[in-house]
Structure formats: C-alpha cells, structure tokens
Design a protein around this ligand. Structure first.
Ligand code: FPP
Length: 240
C-alpha cells in the first residue's frame, strides 16, 4: 500500500443527491452516509491512519429546511448511542470539535459521554466536527488568547485551536463533485493536499479511500521549499 497519510480530513458531501436520485427523502441519504462513515472509520484504522476528521454538521447547516435539521439531529443521537460501543471495541477515540455553547443540554451530555467512554483509546483519533466552522475556530482561539492577555502569535493561535490535539491534516478529501473548502479546517489545511472526487459520500467505500491515498502518494509535499531541497540529486561522481 502507498504512503499512508497520518491524518485524513473529509467533507462528506452528496448525501442529499444520493437520496434524491433514488426518489428518497434527503434524510435517507444521511442514513446511508452514516453507513459509509462507519466503514471509512474501520478502513482507516485497518490501514494505519492515525487521525480521521470529518465535517458532520457545519455552523451554516442550521439554515437547512427544519425537517432536514431535525432528521439529522435524530440521526446523530441515534448513531451516537448505537456506534459508540463498537468504536470503543475498535480502539477509536472520539473527539467532538465545534461550538457546544448553543447545543441543548442533552446533546452536550451525549457528546461528553461518547468522549469519556473512548478517552483511553489510541488506535485511531476520530474528530467529528459538529456545529463547526473554520472561521469560528480561528475567532475562538483569538478570543481565548485575548482573554488570557497572551500575544497573538502563530504558535499561540495554533495551540488555542479546537484541533490542537492532533497534527494538521495531510490529506483533505471532498466527495460530491464540488471543489471548495466550505469553511472547513481553514487554519489547519495550509499545507494539506486536496483531493476532490465526483463520488457521492454514500458511495465512498474502502476502494475509493485507497484510490485517494494512492493519488496522495504521488504528490510532492514541499511546504514552501523547492523540489531540489526535498529530494536533492545525488552528487555526480567524478571519474577517477
Ligand atoms: C452533506 O451532504 C452532508 C451533511 C451535511 C451531513 C453529513 C453527516 C453524516 C454523513 C452523518 C454523520 C454522522 C455522525 C454520527 C457523525 P449534502 O446533504 O449537502 O448532500 P448534497 O450536496 O447532495 O445535497
């Protein structure tokens, strides 16, 4: 298998279209999305990915039709109850990343419980971005520093970010055909390799993950340096 990225981030787009094409309600697409996510977590653990971060619900998703928002909330609650024991058995540590201040007491308790139950696991860190936005993260980190009277430096901001517990993503995948970041991991994706695919999220299976990783393995990550600095050519031997 090709070079495995340590940290993969995913924008799971296309659930709605997957359902609409089958004359199903959009929430049916989200349900299939949960199935795809379960398989994705398992596969990432199996191939040695260390961190998986997914965009489950953005700060802007509250503006969707009320029946879709309530359907998604029900699905999250159901999936949490059902999946956590299995994730626990598979050595997955769950973190929720996002603004919890506007969530209901019940929802907050559910998130905390899932985090607590899996806190001892080390095989795969699974960050679920929920009520999350990249701009929110940068603003909350700056506010934390301002409140502490700490200087606003790159290093301090980095440490105050909601994803400070993991390295930046190596690979960011977006399914569903759109080629944009949509307010996901704005700070953390400065040097992340981007991979866009037309596949809709419910169809994104283990083979599709492997394909994305194979594409990633061909990239040259320069982090602002030159090609020569990354792989200096072997010095030419002078003839004796
Ligand atoms: C985007 O597809 C998908 C979402 C807004 C929700 C993603 C959520 C899941 C896959 C469930 C995750 C569950 C847990 C427990 C973390 P879309 O609706 O924008 O699709 P469209 O672009 O085709 O309309």
């Amino acid at each position: 298998m090709a070079t495995i990225p340590q940290h993969i981030a995913i924008v799971m787009d296309g659930n709605g279209r997957w359902a609409t094409r089958r004359y199903l309600p959009r929430v049916a697409g989200h349900k299939r999305g949960v199935d795809a996510l379960r398989n994705c977590v398992r596969h990432c653990g199996d191939i040695g990915v260390k961190v998986l971060t997914v965009f489950a619900f953005s700060s802007e998703n509250w503006n969707r039709p009320p029946e879709e928002v309530s359907g998604l909330m029900e699905l999250f609650a159901l999936a949490l109850g059902r999946e956590v024991p299995q994730l626990q058995a598979e050595g997955v540590r769950i973190h929720f990343v996002g603004d919890r201040s506007t969530l209901s007491e019940k929802m907050r308790a559910g998130l905390e419980q899932a985090e607590k139950a899996t806190a001892g696991n080390t095989r795969l860190v699974f960050n679920i971005c929920f009520n999350y936005g990249g701009r929110w993260d940068i603003a909350q980190a700056a506010a934390k520093l301002a409140q502490a009277g700490a200087p606003i430096t790159e290093m301090n901001l980095d440490r105050a970010m909601a994803l400070a517990h993991v390295p930046d993503p190596d690979l960011l995948i977006r399914t569903g055909g759109e080629q944009r970041i949509s307010n996901f991991l704005l700070w953390q994706s400065a040097y992340t390799e981007l991979y866009f695919t037309d596949k809709l999220w419910p169809e994104f299976d283990a083979a599709a993950i492997d394909e994305a990783i194979a594409d990633y393995a061909l990239r040259e990550r320069r982090f602002g340096r030159t090609s020569e600095q990354i792989a200096p050519e072997a010095p030419v031997k002078k003839a004796a």
